[in-house]
Write a protein that binds this ligand. Structure first.
Ligand SMILES: Nc1ncnc2c1ncn2[C@@H]1O[C@H](COP(=O)(O)OP(=O)(O)OP(=O)(O)O)[C@@H](O)[C@H]1O
Length: 219
């Protein structure tokens, strides 16, 4: 589903931040991405979400070589990838409901066609009673779940979550992990970037470990 072969990435003329990355993300897989601060995890997440393109090497997404993607095909490709950013990126002037519905609104969908889907998803992440609240009055865990629901509303094939438990207490981290596992059970490939050893130790999932831009895979 996602393949990288000898991929390198540099910002502008700077040094290579990611070096010789070769791995695959199979359909319906679940993996953690970990490594020390500054190793390049967020950069790799940006690469996988098509915010950046490789400086060298080969990368394919859903069977298409990203170096030959036509500009007009990129939005459709991006819709297949849900992203939960480290800093949530919610819009403060929109309610929880409207933040989650935003990707569908941008697609020009009729609001009546997705009302039930947004409601169901908010129930699934435990925010049904917060749908009229605005981000400034939400807790960190609630914001995190709004960001997750917004990433999932387009039913992506892949979910990328950057430090999704970084701002929540251990019980909420458990709850989010269960959500990701359930999502994976339903068929989505999940990649979670994290420093949280306790979180990773809870399940037997593949770990992609970045050291200074280079990848080791375990087990
Ligand atoms: N836009 C940018 N331009 C230039 N260098 C950048 C840019 N973004 C990140 N870097 C550099 O790339 C390296 C990797 O950063 P990145 O944020 O990907 O690491 P990380 O593993 O996600 O770190 P953390 O765990 O602290 O979030 C760092 O040296 C950083 O300074």
């Amino acid at each position: 589903m996602i393949t990288l072969e000898n991929v390198g990435l540099r910002y502008g003329n700077g040094p290579e931040i990611l070096r010789d990355l070769s791995f695959q993300i199979p359909p319906r897989s679940f993996q953690f991405l970990t490594g020390p601060s500054g190793a390049g995890k967020t950069t790799l997440m940006r690469l996988l979400s098509l915010s950046l393109t490789p400086s060298r090497g080969f990368m394919s997404l859903f069977g298409s070589d990203v170096s030959t993607l036509a500009h007009k095909d990129i939005p459709a490709m991006r819709r297949r990838i849900g992203v939960v950013f480290q800093d949530f990126r919610l819009l403060d002037h929109l309610s929880t409901y409207d933040n989650v519905a935003l990707p569908l609104r941008i697609q020009g969908r009729d609001p009546a066609s997705y009302r039930n889907d947004v409601g169901e998803l908010l129930k699934w992440v435990g925010l049904a009673d917060r749908k009229h609240a605005f981000p400034p009055v939400l807790s960190g865990g609630e914001k995190q779940r709004v960001a997750i629901a917004r990433a999932l509303i387009t039913q992506p094939d892949v979910l990328l979550a950057d430090e999704p438990t970084g701002n929540v207490d251990p019980p909420m981290a458990q709850r989010l992990l269960r959500l990701f596992l359930e999502l994976n059970r339903l068929g989505t490939s999940v990649i979670i970037a994290t420093h949280d050893i306790n979180l990773m130790d809870q399940i037997d999932a593949r770990r992609l470990i970045l050291f200074d831009g280079h990848l080791e895979t375990s087990p």
